[in-house]
Design a protein around this ligand. Structure first.
Ligand SMILES: [Zn+2]
Length: 398
């Protein structure tokens, strides 16, 4: 297609892109409410929705009658509409999900790591991706991958918990024919969880939100106007490697004094004089579920919660967020010693911030945050005006 006609096609799809944006922000929205959000009349909305239906982007079902208002419909994804795939490489297992434009992921494959060799694991996942693609011919438009590690470009620089270094993730597209035009997008799990909280979770509607997630170590992201700040190579948000801790502690990342070492299960184990746990998250859950805490354990929880609170205070001074959200085991760690957390948080804040300290909320997506964030990232690419024009181009005639 020539440049001019491509641009014209994009412009034609701007209205549909805005409509889908409203649907994604408010699942289950009615046509009347969507029209109001977009500032268009009911005639314009009818036309826009009809066009999007013809393009297999959305469908309508009758809305339950409400008062004396005119009957309207609920907007939802089309049964033959665009799909995205979201893969998640977690510490202990991986999974693959499919989602439509409503952003609700359905897990279609999940397995423990079959090998220490990344090539073997990526091939297994690539095969599942190929299978998912064949089951939904021509509907999958993007694949987003969430990784519990550091991403730079298409490379997984560091996946400490699995001992992977510098792995090229484009191997995941091995079973996707080039002509299918499926985009590969990558994100760090903490960044994607923050994206999910900012769009549909505990930081919804905040213009500047900070999300922090504790698993093995701590990661996070600053989300501004709904977009995570990703840095020049997609590697921003390594909050765990800010030197908030004692420089005597050496971090596996290569730096000293990393905050990472003082806020997770490894820190609890060190403070309790236990050997380093193989599963830092499981260690936290086990310890929290014990009915009785001895003094050593209570102090360990207080020290970890205080380190968490102090660091968050520092980050609030740095970023000035409206809200801070917690994911992973950050929320239960705070809840295990709330007074220690609150005191350290307040003490770290500059005085002018203490009066109106941003709330620190538990995230609503929990363990599902990274997967939901990966779906969001993929849909962001698929539902732009350009993405919709491309989808419409590929529809069979008639
Ligand atoms: Zn580090």
């Amino acid at each position: 297609m020539a440049q001019d006609s491509r641009q014209a096609a994009h412009i034609r799809w701007l209205g549909a892109a805005q409509l889908i944006g409203v649907m994604r922000a408010e699942p289950g929205i009615t046509r009347a409410a969507a029209a109001q959000k977009l500032g268009i009349g009911s005639g314009g909305a009818t036309e826009l929705v009809a066009r999007a239906r013809r393009a297999r982007l959305l469908d309508e079902t009758p809305a339950p009658a409400q008062g004396r208002g005119r009957p309207t419909t609920v907007l939802g994804p089309h049964t033959d509409g665009p799909l995205v795939l979201a893969a998640e490489l977690r510490v202990a297992d991986w999974r693959l999900a499919v989602a439509g434009i409503d952003g609700d992921p359905q897990v279609v494959a999940q397995a423990q790591y079959a090998s220490k060799d990344p090539d073997v694991v990526l091939e297994q996942l690539a095969n599942e991706i190929g299978t998912a693609l064949r089951k939904t011919p021509k509907r999958v438009r993007a694949l987003a991958v969430s990784v519990a590690g550091t991403i730079s470009g298409a490379r997984l620089v560091q996946f400490t918990s699995r001992g992977w270094h510098d792995v090229d993730l484009s191997a995941l597209t091995a079973k996707i024919p080039r002509r299918a035009g499926v985009r590969l997008l990558l994100g760090n799990d903490a960044t994607l969880a923050g994206l999910a909280e900012a769009r549909t979770g505990a930081a919804r509607a905040a213009t500047t939100a900070l999300h922090l997630i504790v698993a093995q170590g701590i990661g996070g992201t600053l989300v501004v106007n709904g977009e995570p700040i990703s840095g020049a190579h997609g590697a921003a948000g390594e909050y765990g490697h800010v030197p908030f801790a004692d420089p005597a502690l050496v971090c596996p990342c290569g730096a000293r004094g990393c905050w990472d070492l003082t806020v997770d299960g490894r820190a609890l184990a060190r403070l309790r004089e236990d050997p380093p746990p193989a599963d830092a998250v499981g260690y936290v859950h086990d310890l929290i579920s014990q009915p009785h805490r001895d003094t050593l354990t209570r102090r360990a929880f207080e020290a970890v919660a205080a380190s968490l609170g102090r660091g968050i205070g520092g980050l609030v001074n740095l970023h000035d967020p409206e809200v801070v959200t917690l994911g992973g085991v950050a929320a239960p760690l705070r809840a295990a010693a709330p007074a220690a957390f609150d005191e350290a948080y307040r003490n770290a804040l500059m005085s002018f911030r203490k009066q109106s300290a941003p709330p620190v909320r538990d995230g609503v997506h929990g363990e599902e945050g990274p997967l939901r964030g990966a779906v969001t990232l993929a849909l962001d690419h698929v539902t732009t005006a350009a993405g919709l024009a491309e989808w419409a181009d590929r529809l069979p005639a008639g």
